[in-house]
Design a protein around this ligand. Structure first.
Ligand SMILES: C[S@@+](CC[C@H](N)C(=O)[O-])C[C@H]1O[C@@H](n2cnc3c(N)ncnc32)[C@H](O)[C@@H]1O
Length: 90
């Protein structure tokens, strides 16, 4: 079986748009930990986190096959994941 790897470097929200619907079997993501690493890679204020992540999650949902697997690695200090989890579960 020939393995083919494409690497997309950029803002995930923009890069995900380049992918077709229902084309991905497995998503493993470790998004920024809100504002916990702001000295490392900037970070997102926790009260803006869901608003920031929702457009990305919509693209993740669009590209993931119905039979696909989604793995989210995220650190504590998540203030409110309910809106996001509810949206993904919908
Ligand atoms: C929690 S770290 C994950 C690090 C990685 N899993 C590792 O083990 O090195 C979050 C990463 O997301 C990147 N990031 C932040 N905003 C992004 C975006 N809009 N699109 C793609 N990556 C982003 C950050 O630069 C950071 O490297």
């Amino acid at each position: 079986m020939e393995l083919h790897t494409d690497l997309y470097l950029g803002d995930s929200k923009e890069e995900l748009r380049k992918l077709n619907d229902n084309c991905i079997d497995l998503i493993v993501t470790s998004p920024p930990y809100a504002d916990q690493r702001k000295d490392t890679y900037g970070g997102i204020p926790h009260d803006k986190y869901v608003e920031w992540f929702l457009p990305i999650s919509e693209q993740l949902l669009r590209v993931l096959k119905p039979t696909g697997t989604f793995i989210l690695n995220i650190k504590e200090k998540v203030v409110s994941i309910i809106p996001f989890a509810t949206k993904l579960a919908a």
